[in-house]
Design a protein around this ligand. Structure first.
Ligand code: GUN
Length: 296
């Protein structure tokens, strides 16, 4: 069996950011509209700080306005809700993202549901989740599954009729991924920690999406020959000699010997998430201004 094609999410995301930048320049020139994204970070989680820094940098690089709010770890839920109300009212802010996880004293769902659904660029508000599930209205769609779907359509074209198995049932990835692939007319199975014969189920998948957060859990012999494998995991593991390295939820070398195409970690799904956040911000800004969102 020959080696799988590598799906270059880094390059795809760079192209997407380029198109977003062009769209932003057009909105500025033709409508005087500068999309604005506000990101809120509570506490000092190092991984979250890196994400938030990258989000802010890429927001500015595409010509949009970036607003950053770094709050102390002991911030109360009421204080955070007050900030969200203020951003909901602010016409310069078109997208609001509250970085997860939040500290224990804060009810994350209450916070996510306080964000104006029109500004919910994470797509985590129950209104957007419900719209995605029912197909009613235009939801803002969670960024990671949106990015995975773009990579799949770019690779496979038509997804209709394909068997998709998603390993992981989170609200951030697994569940919205299932809705997006159903909308593409895939036959979708969502697997999780209690699924029986997970390897056998995965071997039925034309599209296999791994989003469980367990390093290299999906082995090569779980993959159907020729399948398209999308690895959402980002796990830091011990690489010996005091070093660490990033791996996905899929045992890459093994799976690449069987799959038709596979996303690497890093450089696969990861860069798509922020690019889709920027795309969602443009979409949100246009809808708030009553302008048809550009195709990117
Ligand atoms: N933490 C990990 N992934 C995400 C994400 O996609 N959005 C937010 N807000 N927080 C996260």
């Amino acid at each position: 069996m020959s080696e799988a094609d590598i799906i270059d999410g880094k390059a795809f995301a760079a192209g997407l950011r380029g198109r977003i930048g062009e769209a932003v320049r057009g909105l500025e020139a033709n409508h005087g509209l500068t999309p604005g994204l506000a990101v809120v970070l509570v506490g000092e989680n190092p991984a979250s700080e890196v994400y938030v820094r990258n989000k802010a940098k890429q927001t500015r690089e595409t010509g949009m306005a970036s607003f950053e709010h770094k709050l102390a770890i002991e911030t109360s839920q009421d204080e955070l809700l007050a900030l969200i109300r203020q951003m909901n009212e602010d016409p310069a802010v078109h997208g609001i993202l509250v970085q997860l996880p939040l500290p224990d004293q804060i009810d994350a769902q209450a916070v996510l549901d306080a964000v104006d659904p029109a500004k919910d660029v994470d797509g985590f508000h129950v209104i957007n989740a419900g719209r995605l599930m029912t197909g009613a209205g235009d939801p803002l769609v969670p960024c990671t599954p949106l990015g995975c779907t773009m990579l799949l359509k770019d690779r496979l074209g038509e997804l209709k009729g394909l068997n998709a198995v998603i390993v992981g049932r989170s609200n951030i990835v697994g569940k919205p991924m299932a809705m997006l692939l159903l909308a593409e007319h895939c036959t979708v199975t969502v697997a999780h920690s209690r699924t029986r014969d997970l390897p056998g189920l995965c071997r039925t998948a034309d599209i296999l999406v791994a989003a469980v957060g367990r390093a290299e859990m999906v082995r090569g012999d779980w993959v159907k020959p020729g399948a398209t494998v999308i690895d959402v995991g980002i796990n830091r593991i011990d690489a010996g000699e005091g070093k660490t390295r990033l791996v996905g939820d899929v045992a890459f070398e093994e799976a690449a010997r069987v799959a038709g195409a596979i996303t690497p970690v890093p450089g696969g799904v990861g860069p798509m998430t922020i690019a889709c956040l920027l795309a969602n911000t443009v979409t949100a800004a246009c809808r708030q201004a009553g302008i048809a969102p550009p195709e990117v």
